[in-house]
Design a protein around this ligand. Structure first.
Ligand code: AP5
Ligand code: MG
Length: 216
């Protein structure tokens, strides 16, 4: 199964991708996570990507397409994968089509997680992740079972993203509406677009997602 999760910043792509990796044994390929790791490790890609990421703008297509092209060659992608945050514009979608065609692979579906813009700021500003295993949490909407302890790995150190502030969120939302939202008609025309209501609680979104995927 090859899935794309599409949605605005804070819509729940990462949260639902983490659930699907557990329930369906698929690998999560998050370009945002890969780029953040490159920035943290000060690699050449990280140094080139940092300014755009800090400003909430898209990193160049050349960089992200190369990252995904390399990543899907790895063995753990053979059984399928979930793309979280890629493609982000039509040029990236066309590059993905070409990559999959070359490998004889087919896109199973694209799930839009639809969330109103007004709900996104609080989701983003309240978000934090486990420094050890990257599990995602929220100050209000997804607290760990034991305060200060990661549910997944027991870690006690958490991090907040540098771009998770109100000013950068405005640029990220603009980038989404201008460049990423045109992918909705792109995939609708190809008959692969599914939509879930992302305005409900996390478990209800997961339920809708599973129903949509089971019906594919
Ligand atoms: P990226 O990391 O992809 O960020 P994003 O698209 O802005 O999306 P987020 O990760 O912020 O949101 P999410 O949908 O994953 O939400 P989450 O599940 O965490 O990209 C970052 C940057 O990297 C970009 O700005 C760009 O510079 C660069 N980049 C990445 N990919 C690129 C590409 N392909 N091309 C060019 N540049 C690229 O949920 C958010 C919070 O809400 C969490 O705390 C969660 O617990 C909570 N939550 C989730 N679902 C619900 C719910 N249903 N109800 C209540 N709370 C919820
Ligand atoms: Mg994410």
């Amino acid at each position: 199964m090859i899935l794309i999760l599409l949605g605005a910043p804070g819509a729940g792509k990462g949260t639902q991708a983490q659930n699907l990796t557990k329930s369906r044994g698929l690998v999560q390929l998050s370009t945002g996570d890969m780029l953040r790791s490159a920035v943290a490790n000060k690699t050449e890609v990280g140094l080139r990507a940092k300014t755009a990421m800090d400003a909430g703008e898209l990193v160049s297509d050349e960089i992200v397409i190369a990252i995904i092209a390399d990543r899907i060659e790895e063995d753990d992608c053979k059984k399928g994968f979930i793309l979280d945050g890629f493609p982000r514009n039509v040029a990236q979608a066309e590059a993905l089509d070409a990559m999959l065609a070359e490998k004889g692979m087919k896109l199973t579906g694209v799930v839009e997680i639809a969330v109103d813009d007004e709900a996104l700021v609080s989701r983003i500003t309240g978000r934090y992740t486990c420094a050890g295993c990257n599990a995602g949490f929220h100050d209000e909407f997804k607290k760990p079972q034991v305060d200060g302890v990661c549910d997944s790995c027991g870690g006690t150190e958490f991090i907040r993203r540098k771009d998770d502030n109100e000013e950068t969120v405005v640029s990220r939302l603009k980038a989404y509406h201008d460049q990423t939202a045109p992918l909705l008609p792109y995939y609708k025309e190809r008959g692969v677009l599914l939509k879930v209501d992302g305005m409900v609680g996390i478990n209800d979104v997961t339920r809708q997602m599973n129903e949509a995927l089971d019906n594919l």
